[in-house]
Ligand binder design. Structure first.
Ligand SMILES: *[C@@H]1O[C@H](CO)[C@@H](O)[C@H](O)[C@H]1NC(C)=O
Ligand SMILES: *[C@@H]1O[C@H](CO)[C@@H](O)[C@H](O)[C@H]1NC(C)=O
Ligand SMILES: *[C@@H]1O[C@H](CO)[C@@H](O)[C@H](O)[C@H]1NC(C)=O
Length: 488
């Protein structure tokens, strides 16, 4: 017996060595150095392949790295979603956009989705041509939350009608911990936790001028973390939208590892993709001259905590101090908010476009050479970065843990800077020096990584597997919760 095992073991070792050698020999060193991150991961899977099967709930990295079968789901689930707000038009924050993208994809795969959300005052609540999507609306509380007693009643009614729910999903505290307590088939996705916000608070405090009042007390924020550490365990399963948050939930919030799962956000890869012709048309439409050899793009809500005061100051200084920069660069600003008018003050080099519809936004990404996101919000994972990546554009963003840990993980796909005017300026000058050829190369690598990790399809496949695994299906639990690495 022991000898058999030893034989099998050495046989496996041999297979492993042969496999590694064949991988090594088939790639040149140049490619190797460019894709180090990717092959690190391949090696990791290879090692796990020694055991053949992985308990997926204990998978330590982002599930986006795994490949799930693309066919129809093994089972159609009845899913309850609790979300404070369902997106209205294009004015949606990260949490709502995640809710929309994910659950539309799941409904399209045939799952029965019941969405418990607040009714907005606008009568034109969006309708979707999907037969398996049901909305259960209720009036929000004064603070804008879901009225827990009301939604619980609605939920119970649905749970006893037809078949009971297989799984319950809540976007942040849509369903509060007082109700989630004893539910084992429940997952919560966190879009910003108090521990991450402390980083934003520190940045804002450092940028505060003496005249401005203190925005919030750091002590209060620390107490908020303590509160969260106490109530988070009342949710059975946790989804972190960045590697960093996964780590914090395990280490600081002390949630057992097999209850913390990292599933990075995804965006619609059918909308956001490279299309040079669209980019050209967009430039023509907005009269961007050929002499502009660098087109910088900014998009999103133009508010203080997205870093626009910092960006404004950096651009103002650069346009003033360097004529060549002013003549050869142009900055496109999409979105609206209080900083829109300030940007207009910077003259013709900064083109303020207002809010763009998704189709126009896709063209916008195609028109730019690099996407710049100066956000100071450490919470969640910004969707605009992922859209730009899938459009094949390199990124430049603030050095926040969620961004450097999951998105701009190396210089091969972009640039990061500290949230100071000096660092931002220095990085913008570097981008300008590097120029279009370098940026295009980085953009291609960004697109590759985007396709690997950040598509809506990838995200939906990962959630589907999580939901299958945690649903009350004892019979098939082993097969749903086991992942067999496959090499494709
Ligand atoms: C939903 O209904 C099933 C079947 O009756 C029951 O076992 C389950 O506890 C119910 N879920 C909740 C959260 O009440
Ligand atoms: C959860 O279970 C505990 C112990 O069984 C019980 O005291 C508590 O009322 C339950 N909570 C909810 C919200 O059902
Ligand atoms: C603008 O910046 C470039 C690169 O740093 C530099 O070579 C050039 O001298 C600067 N021009 C002015 C007018 O400062």
């Amino acid at each position: 017996m022991a000898r058999d095992q030893a034989t099998i073991f050495s046989f496996r070792c041999l297979c492993f060595i042969i496999f590694v050698l064949s991988v090594f020999s088939s790639i040149s060193f140049v490619i190797w150095s460019q894709y180090t991150g990717f092959f690190d991961f391949q090696n990791q899977v290879t090692l796990q392949n020694q055991n053949q099967f992985i308990n997926i709930l204990s998978f330590p990295s982002a599930w986006n790295h795994l490949s799930f079968p693309t066919g129809p789901p093994p089972k159609f689930l009845k899913i309850a979603l609790f979300v404070k707000k369902w997106p209205h038009k294009h004015r949606a924050g990260g949490l709502e956009r995640h809710a929309l993208t994910l659950h539309l994809a799941l409904a399209q795969r045939g799952h029965e989705l019941h969405i418990f959300t607040t009714s907005s005052l606008n009568p034109s609540f969006p309708s979707f041509p999907i037969g398996t999507l049901y909305f259960h609306l209720s009036k929000p509380t004064a603070a804008g939350y879901l009225d827990q007693a009301v939604v619980w009643k609605q939920f119970q009614h649905q749970n006893s009608t037809g078949k009971p729910f297989d799984v319950i999903h809540t976007e942040s505290v849509g369903l509060m911990h007082t109700r989630s307590r004893n539910l084992t088939n429940l997952a919560v996705t966190w879009h910003g936790i108090a521990y991450e916000s402390i980083h934003s608070d520190i940045i804002q405090e450092l940028l505060r001028t003496p005249e401005e009042p203190l925005a919030f007390s750091l002590t209060e924020r620390a107490m908020k973390v303590v509160e969260e550490v106490k109530f988070f365990p009342h949710y059975a399963h946790h989804v972190a939208t960045s590697d960093h948050v996964g780590e914090v939930l395990k280490r600081i919030y002390m949630i057992p590892e097999e209850r913390v799962h990292i599933i990075l956000n995804g965006v619609d890869e059918e909308i956001f993709k490279p299309n040079a012709a669209k980019g050209k048309d967009f430039k023509k439409k907005f009269g961007i001259p050929q002499s502009k050899t660098l087109v910088l793009g900014i998009a999103g809500r133009l508010v203080k905590d997205k870093g626009h005061p910092l960006m404004f100051e950096a651009l103002m200084q650069m346009l003033k101090e360097n004529d060549t920069f002013r003549e050869t660069a142009i900055i496109l600003v999409a979105g609206d908010g209080p900083w829109s008018d300030r940007y207009k003050d910077l003259g013709a080099t900064v083109l303020v476009l207002g809010t763009l519809e998704p189709a126009q936004l896709a063209s916008f990404y195609n028109a730019i050479d690099i996407f710049v996101n100066p956000t100071l919000r450490a919470q969640g994972l910004d969707h605009t970065l992922l859209e730009a990546m899938l459009s094949g554009k390199p990124l430049m963003a603030t050095r926040l843990a969620s961004i450097t840990g999951s998105v701009i993980v190396g210089t091969e796909m972009g640039y990061t800077f500290s949230p100071t005017v000096a660092s931002l300026k220095g990085t913008l000058y570097r981008v300008w020096h590097d120029g279009r050829v370098v940026l295009e190369r980085k953009g291609q690598l960004a697109r590759q990584r985007g396709l690997e990790l950040f598509t809506a399809t990838k995200m939906a496949a990962a959630y589907e597997r999580l939901f299958l695994c945690i649903s009350n299906d004892e019979e098939n639990r082993d097969s749903y919760c086991t992942y067999q690495p496959s090499f494709q």
